[in-house]
Design a protein around this ligand. Structure first.
Ligand code: SAM
Length: 217
């Protein structure tokens, strides 16, 4: 399927392929579908992970038998549902959210999915909430998807509170395509990459905006 974009050597996948793959591998039903649609429905930013990415997060947690997981950035709970539904027996997800309205929507979605017994949404700035969570650790996985400027601090917290061989996942690590810019935010994201490569065995999954994946050394 060579076309103008692939000839130029840019990453390009035909939208029909992406739609087919999503339809086969990443369909949502019930509360999961409602949670995906919630941001648009409720007039808040529709910045949740894609269906395929949510599936990927869930499968990675299932493959690693994760039981105790922390998420930074809940929004309306879409990624939280996918991750919580894949936790091992007795598992728990703590999801941290700055915006009280987002947190309320997420709690509703979690209840609708029947997952309230295993997900706790805490409201506040993650940088303040993370120290309070420390006593629940060590954790099996941390998913970072909140404010980008604090990724270096969140990564450092994860390195300190994940069990050995625990998983780090972080979305938007291409920084919305601006990673190589000369801005404070881009520099912080590059520092995050570089520090993660020291503390974790890492790679960067080439999702549209990059998903960093690491195993705690
Ligand atoms: C990209 S969205 C999260 C999407 C969600 N993980 C999903 O895929 O369904 C980022 C969320 O982080 C929240 N946020 C922003 N700054 C934050 C902070 N300092 N602490 C905690 N959450 C924050 C925003 O309010 C927003 O809901």
């Amino acid at each position: 399927m060579a076309d103008e974009n692939s000839r130029k050597g840019e990453r390009y996948v035909h939208p029909d392929i992406l739609a087919f793959v999503e339809g086969v591998h990443a369909t949502d039903t019930g509360a999961f579908a409602a949670a995906f649609d919630a941001p648009k429905r409720e007039g808040i930013p529709a910045i949740q992970v894609s269906r395929v990415e949510a599936r990927l997060l869930g499968l990675i947690l299932a493959m690693s038998n994760a039981r105790k997981v922390v998420e930074v950035g809940t929004l309306a709970g879409y990624s939280a549902l996918h991750m919580a539904s894949r936790l091992a027996e007795g598992g728990r997800l703590w999801s941290l959210e700055l915006d009280a309205r987002h947190a309320a929507l997420a709690r509703g979605a979690i209840a609708d999915a029947g997952l309230s017994d295993r997900v706790e949404v805490r409201v506040g700035a993650a940088i303040d909430l993370l120290p309070e969570l420390a006593s629940e650790g060590p954790f099996d996985a941390v998913f970072i998807d909140g404010d980008k400027e604090n990724y270096p601090a969140y990564g450092a917290w994860a390195a300190a509170h994940l069990r050995p061989r625990g998983l780090l996942l972080a979305d938007n690590v291409y920084y919305f395509g601006q990673l190589m810019d000369d801005s404070e935010g881009a520099r912080a994201m590059r520092r995050f990459h570089e520090q993660c490569a020291v503390d974790f065995d890492t790679t960067c999954v080439p999702t549209p905006d990059g998903l960093l994946l690491g195993i705690r050394k």
